[in-house]
Design a protein around this ligand. Structure first.
Ligand code: HSE
Length: 295
């Protein structure tokens, strides 16, 4: 039996919510899976960055499928698969491409087996593979998500903001692997920076729940990771400034970058153009996209 699933790309951190907040965007990877009893792996990928993705045992979709099969006690029954992927989510740019692949594999395998696992179970498995839950959570639940890990178990709360928030994502023309962007982070941060972020993350969540636009103007800044990563993205703070000047509520790195994201309820195209121009002034070519929240 073959199944088809569609998984959204995601933007993690959303400013102050390092490794905790995330949002599902209206951009998708599509995946068709047929489980095989024989030991045969046939993977075909089309779409963004397809030529850079391994199509053998290393493939992350296949590894995620294997994890779910093992958890279900079915790894001996199904030893192979036919996998067809069409990727809309750009690779290694900060839109959760690896989370989308992991969740795609888990969701498709779960469906092939008749859905023995809940979304919470999938969140557990996806977080074990990815290492942190902030991208995999919105890819599974949709909406704007808050996730935590407690005693090794992730928990996620998903909400749809009570205002028509647009996500303006500007994609520069270079890759930045998450591993490289995590390598520049310090092991410890000053107390005042932690306090800076806690207040903003809490206020951001409350303002989205209530649809309170005026509070959203002061909550997308961050002191925990962006200051250390700024050197990896030329002109980052100029782009944030340009987005605000064009009417955005705020802007931040999308996940570990290099995409930058602005949050706005109006003039989304003007915000995108301003971000693109600010990147260009720093000799970085970019394209912008306007997404809604997938939910
Ligand atoms: N929270 C993660 C980070 C997202 O900023 O490193 C990227 O996977």
């Amino acid at each position: 039996r073959s199944v088809k699933v569609r998984v959204p790309g995601t933007s993690a951190n959303c400013g102050p919510g390092f490794d905790c907040l995330g949002v599902a965007c209206t951009i998708y990877n599509e995946l068709e899976l047929t489980l095989l009893e024989e030991e045969r792996l046939d993977i075909e990928i089309t779409g963004d960055g397809a030529e850079n993705i391994p199509v053998d045992e290393r493939n992350i979709v296949w590894r995620s499928i294997q994890k779910l099969l093992e958890r279900a006690g079915k790894a001996q029954e199904y030893k192979g698969a036919i996998i067809r992927m069409d990727n809309g989510v750009p690779l290694s740019r900060g839109l959760g491409s690896s989370a989308t692949a992991i969740v795609g594999g888990l969701k498709a395998a779960n469906e092939c087996l008749g859905n023995p696992f809940t979304n919470r179970d999938l969140l557990q498995m996806a977080t074990e593979i990815e290492g942190h839950p902030d991208n995999v959570a919105p890819a599974i639940f949709g909406g704007f998500t808050i996730s935590i890990v407690r005693n090794g178990k992730p928990e996620c709360f998903s909400l749809m903001p009570k205002l028509p928030l647009k996500l303006v994502v500007t994609v520069p023309d270079f890759f930045l692997p998450t591993k490289a962007a995590r390598a520049v982070l310090p092991a410890e941060v000053p107390m005042k920076d932690a306090v800076f972020n806690i207040g903003r993350a809490a206020m951001l969540t409350a303002a989205l729940c209530k649809g309170n636009k005026s509070f959203l103007r002061s909550v997308f800044d961050d002191a925990l990771h962006q200051p250390y990563r700024a050197k990896l993205i030329p002109g980052m703070y100029d782009v944030f400034k340009a987005a605000r000047a064009a009417g955005a509520l705020g802007a931040s790195m999308s996940g570990a970058g290099p995409c930058l994201i602005a949050f706005t309820v109006e003039n989304a195209d003007a915000v995108g153009m301003a971000m693109r121009d600010a990147f260009a002034k720093n000799n970085v070519k970019s394209q912008y996209h306007v997404f809604d929240i997938d939910g």
